[in-house]
Design a protein around this ligand. Structure first.
Ligand code: G16
Ligand code: MG
Length: 220
């Protein structure tokens, strides 16, 4: 049986994508860039610096700012984001996730977090889920973010488990690439067209149960 499940945060455990988007949108508007909802898909799972770079490229402003200005923009976005995630509470846990965490625990499966968000520990605390996690990767210590496999490999190393004995769960295209390249089994949550490279795809977290994971693992 699998020995660990490594979770992505945003889009799998809770939906903070909308808060990220609101905060980016507010910054982008000040710079004269207009972001539509569909652009958000390009920002999911992607770290802060790369997200800003994609937004500026989208607005034709790729080389318009100094390094210092870029850092100020990132801070401005993050400050707004932090005020938005203050509202996060256990009500914002996606359906089925708390039951799954309980079932993993009672079956002695290790639980890890591989989120690109430097705010992940705070969000887990606000959700009341922090204590379920055996390990949380610190994304600021990584050389390369998703789609590189390093974040999932690091989660397994921290738990002393081989990636071949692990399942990774993700909602973003970049995250599925990262899981696949780490040689873990990948489970995508969401849109079939976006997640088509995943080993297995579930439409939403209601379908993500312990029994389903067992079935996926036994049929791989
Ligand atoms: C999340 C979001 C991304 C965000 C990233 C970094 O990733 O999906 O949109 O840019 O975290 O977040 P922060 O600015 O809080 O450090 P994940 O990996 O949890 O889906
Ligand atoms: Mg995600």
């Amino acid at each position: 049986m699998f020995q660990t499940i490594i979770f992505d945060l945003d889009g799998v455990i809770t939906d903070t994508a909308n808060f990220h988007f609101k905060a980016w949108q507010s910054l982008a508007e000040k710079l004269g860039v207009y972001l539509t909802e569909d652009f958000n898909e390009h920002l999911k799972g992607v770290d802060r610096t790369e997200s800003l770079s994609r937004i500026l490229s989208h607005g034709g402003l790729k080389h318009s700012f100094s390094k210092e200005e870029l850092i100020t923009f990132e801070e401005e976005k993050n400050n707004l984001y932090i005020t938005l995630i203050d509202q996060v509470s256990p009500e914002n846990i996606l359906p089925g996730i708390e039951q799954l965490l309980n079932d993993l625990r009672s079956n002695n499966v290790k639980i890890g977090l591989a989120s690109a968000s430097r705010n992940a520990p705070k969000i887990l605390q606000n959700l009341g889920l922090y204590d379920y996690f055996d390990t949380i990767v610190d994304p600021s210590k990584l050389k390369k973010g998703k789609p590189a496999p390093e974040i999932f490999e690091t989660a397994c190393q921290q738990l002393n488990i081989h990636p071949k004995d692990a399942i990774g769960i993700e909602d973003a295209y970049s995250g599925i690439q990262a899981i696949n390249d780490s040689k873990m089994l990948s489970v995508g949550i969401g849109d079939l067209n976006i997640l088509k490279d995943a080993d297995y795809i579930l439409n939403n977290t209601c379908l993500l149960t312990f029994d389903k994971l067992l079935e996926i693992w036994n049929n791989k």
